[in-house]
Design a protein around this ligand. Structure first.
Ligand code: MEV
Length: 389
């Protein structure tokens, strides 16, 4: 009995932080991935990397366990292994990739009850999806026995398992819920959805033309209810001639603290919302350029976005130094993710020169192309691991 799933990291071209306030943003899945494998074990104690699992240290996995793996219903203890090449706490979506891969592995191993044969959510007798409004994915772990949540559709007639049971929207939704709880209730669905679907993700306050609309997400935050429209963008013509060079400062900065810092700055001075709106305007320009395959203009929008992020106070000297080093050989460069440390990204036609310049300035680099795969179920043996009622 073994299931393995993997998900890519992500890198943000425009709009981080502003997207938490509902402004448009674009993220791309990178080549670097996280693999999660699970095996059923005897006894009650879960294991992570061979050590006893501590829910306080791994709230992401614990929240997913409550949603998908109820021991009350006979779900066995699991041994979990996590591998991959996405640096942790560096703005590359390692926690979202972990949540997406873990939720896919749990769903593949648990299976899903359907009301009748078919693939659409209308056939589901249980689960979480944008089209099912009774979802309690965002609830607390202390709430109802969410993993046992009775379905509105009473008859469960077919149990499917393995890759067939896995749904990208469900994994993205659960991962967004996990990210939101880890970020003190403030998180956009950008990281979770990019890691689940792969490719290029566009978030907007409206349904966009020339983009494949996926679904709407909504989250109640302390100050307002935010709504995002999520879309997939196809890789524009010429997208195979540009590269993303990611430079890691090696400075760890937790996303939750950076997101809280921006929220506090705006609470203290609501006038600063104008800066958030300006990032939105820059993102819009960048999105148009991306749709047209005008990578010079995409790069310029990235660089302008960096100036605004510096003003917001989420860059840092280490990031600024790597951005400066990349500039001469790149079309544009900026921090990516929450900032305060972590990574920057440069868009370039000359990845070797850009990577060397960043390394010389003290950064460790990764190179990625556009349009990488989203979540994948790599292996599903002996599924389902148990028979959910
Ligand atoms: C983190 O990768 C991106 C932020 O915009 C936070 C979020 O979108 O939840 C800083």
């Amino acid at each position: 009995m073994k299931v393995e799933a993997s998900a890519p990291g992500k890198c943000i071209l425009f709009g981080e932080h502003a997207v938490v306030f509902g402004q448009p943003a674009v993220a791309v899945a990178i080549e670097q991935r996280i693999q999660v494998s699970i095996e059923a074990i005897e006894g009650e104690d879960w294991k992570l990397e061979g050590m006893r699992f501590d829910p306080k240290k791994h709230p992401h996995i614990d929240t997913l366990r409550h949603r998908l793996w109820p021991s009350e219903a006979g779900a066995p203890a699991l041994s979990i292994q996590v591998n991959g090449d996405i640096p942790r706490a560096s703005g590359l979506g390692s926690s979202a990739a972990l949540s997406v891969a873990a939720s896919a592995a749990l769903r593949a191993a648990r299976g899903r009850w359907l009301t009748e044969q078919g693939s659409g959510t209308e056939m589901w007798a249980e689960g979480y999806a944008s089209t099912i409004n009774d979802t309690d994915a965002y609830g607390s772990n202390e709430g109802p026995k969410v993993g046992l949540r009775p379905s509105k559709v009473q008859h469960k007639s077919i149990l499917c398992s393995g890759v067939e049971a896995v749904n990208e929207d469900e994994c993205a939704l659960l991962s967004h819920a996990v990210e939101a709880s880890a970020q003190g209730g403030r998180a956009s669905p950008m990281d979770a959805s990019t890691c689940a679907h792969g490719g290029i993700l566009l978030l907007s306050d409206v349904i966009e033309e020339d983009a494949n609309h996926l679904y709407q997400r909504q989250l109640e935050m302390s100050d307002a209810t935010r709504t995002w429209q999520l879309h997939e963008l196809t890789v524009p013509k010429g997208g195979d001639e540009v590269y993303l060079v990611i430079g890691n400062t090696g400075v760890h900065a937790p996303t939750s603290a950076q997101v809280a810092k921006v929220a506090r700055a705006i609470e203290r001075n609501p006038e600063r919302m104008k800066e958030i709106e300006t990032i939105g305007v820059i993102s819009r320009r960048g999105i148009l350029a991306l749709k047209q395959g005008d990578f010079e203009a995409v790069g310029r929008a990235m660089t302008e976005n960096q100036v605004m992020l510096q003003g917001l106070g989420v860059s840092c000297p280490e990031l600024d130094a790597l951005v400066r080093a990349a500039a001469p050989s790149a079309l544009g460069a900026k921090l990516t993710g929450a900032g305060g440390g972590g990574c920057m990204v440069a868009l370039t036609r000359d990845p070797k020169a850009t990577s060397e310049a960043i390394e010389l300035a003290g950064g460790r680099t990764l190179i990625s192309t556009f349009g990488n795969d989203g979540l994948r179920v790599e292996m599903a043996q002996g599924v389902p691991f148990w028979s959910p009622a």
